[in-house]
Ligand binder design. Structure first.
Ligand code: PLP
Length: 470
């Protein structure tokens, strides 16, 4: 057993390590900063483990070089990348929700790489607001008087309540105090807006007279929130939006509705349950409606506010609107998406997320069968491969009860746990994100694009047949 001092002295210098042919070669593929960072890190860790008495052997050069190479490559790889969504959750918030149409993507590319008329009126030759690119389209699509767009729907709710109810009460049903995705909790957003929340009713039942009794002299807002990501059945009661809007107006209050996903078209034509639409809320007398751009609208992340001019125009003038404004790439993607809604007969062809929602189970089964065949042939006994009927989720806080019939390839193995397989799939060149069910990896074909089937297959074969490198 050598002593610590000898071991420490045996650690090669950074210069020496970098002279290793393996790393010299790697240096042509990864940037110098990443190579240096990995080298210093690995050597420091070896030094520390010797110093702490956790290492009794001299470090070997091949071992050091291999570890540096892995880290340098990982460190230089872009973090934000496309993935194959095999989870079956269509509007997966962690995987970027809706995918944009080809036209929207092209417009983003064009505007991102050039100067643009973001806030410039080309006809008049003077400055204008960025909102103008989408406002008319929102008026056409929803029948609102005025519209404005912010960063996301949470921002839209914040802006609406801050503008219309700061220092005043906002009455809301206890059954609608929702949490979305862990970070949007309605009571917290309301609190930040400066309004005073007045909860009425109970979790499962709220009646018109509950709202009525809560009305105060200082008016304020009645807020209705779409429950979005959960479903209540049984002994439940809520107040129709029209009666609520009438009650608000009789008492000089403003009726605001947070619709969440806000589909602009009746989704039942695409084989999905109908979601409430902003144009219907406005018809029913709601003053201000907010909804997301990247849920069932199938556009970019955005918070869309439509409603009566007297209220929406006040929101546009609120300094918070500046803090919450959208950037040019979002705005142009939203403009293109909203234009597509003016030609409803082309929607299914244009919007990829609508196509994902409307994929037919029999087509998904065919693809699953084909991929399963290739995987069984390639993986032999190592991994059990089967095709299963599964239920995809719409996700993104929409239609929680409405699952979509789908087909999946299920993988399981004696050799690797399903957590292990999932992790190997996530480490592929185009990472594959799947779900685990009853110790099986489930690859749901609804959210895998048909053009990805081949990459999916070859990557799984490579990852699992090649065994377990890391
Ligand atoms: C999704 C959702 C939100 C949050 O919208 P983001 O665009 O994610 O900020 C707020 N309210 C409701 C009802 C929702 O469904």
């Amino acid at each position: 057993m050598e002593n610590k001092r000898d071991l420490l002295r045996s650690i090669p210098s950074v210069e020496k390590v970098l002279e290793d042919p393996g790393l010299v070669d790697l240096g042509n593929r990864v940037p110098r900063w990443s190579l240096m960072e990995a080298t210093r890190e690995v050597l420091a860790e070896i030094r520390q483990s010797i110093a702490e008495g956790n290492r009794g052997k001299e470090p070997r050069m091949t071992e050091i070089v291999e570890e540096i190479a892995v880290r340098a490559e990982a460190g230089s790889r872009r973090s934000f990348t496309r993935v194959i969504n095999a989870t079956g959750v269509v509007m997966h918030t962690n995987l970027g929700r809706a995918t944009l149409s080809e036209d929207a993507v092209n417009a983003v590319t064009e505007v991102a790489g050039s100067y643009s008329n973001l806030e410039f009126d080309l006809a008049a030759g003077k400055r204008t607001t960025r909102n103008m690119h989408v406002e008319n389209l929102l008026i056409k699509n929803t029948g609102c008087e005025s519209a404005c767009v912010v960063n996301n729907n949470a921002g839209a709710v914040l802006l609406a309540l801050n503008t219309l109810a700061e220092g005043k009460p906002t009455i809301v049903s206890r059954g609608e105090l929702i949490e979305i995705g862990g970070s949007f909790r309605l009571p917290e957003v309301m609190d930040k807006s400066g309004t005073t929340m007045i909860e009425v009713g109970t979790t499962n039942r709220t009646r018109l007279d509950d709202y009525e009794r809560a009305i105060t002299e200082t008016a304020g807002v009645i807020l209705k929130v779409h429950q979005s990501n959960f479903d209540m059945t049984g002994f439940v009661e809520s107040v129709a939006i029209k009666s609520l809007a009438d009650l608000a107006h009789r008492n000089g209050m403003i009726m605001v509705e947070d619709l969440g996903s806000g589909a602009l078209t009746d989704l039942s034509q695409f084989g999905v349950e109908k979601e409430p639409m902003p144009q219907e809320s406005l018809k029913n007398g709601v003053d201000v409606v907010t909804f997301s751009g990247d849920k069932l609208l199938c556009g970019p992340q955005a918070g869309i506010i439509v409603g009566k001019a007297e209220f929406v125009d006040r929101m546009k003038a609120n300094p918070l609107a500046r803090a919450l404004r959208v950037d040019k790439m979002t705005l142009v993607a939203l403009e293109v998406t909203l234009r597509q809604y003016l030609e409803p007969e082309l929607l299914l062809e244009k919007l990829p997320t609508l196509r994902v929602l409307s994929r037919k189970p029999e087509d998904l089964k065919q693809r699953a069968d084909r991929v399963a065949g290739a995987l069984s042939a390639g993986l032999k006994e190592r991994v059990r491969v089967s095709v299963r009927e599964v239920t995809s989720q719409i996700g993104g806080g929409s239609l929680p009860a409405a699952g979509l019939a789908s087909y999946a390839v299920a993988l399981s193995s004696e050799e690797f746990s399903s957590d292990r397989i999932a992790s190997m799939l996530r480490r592929c060149e185009v990472p594959i994100v799947a779900r685990i069910f009853e110790d099986n990896i489930i690859i749901d074909f609804r959210t895998v694009q048909p053009s990805e089937d081949e990459t999916l297959t070859s990557q799984i074969l490579k990852a699992l047949a090649g065994g377990d490198r890391r």
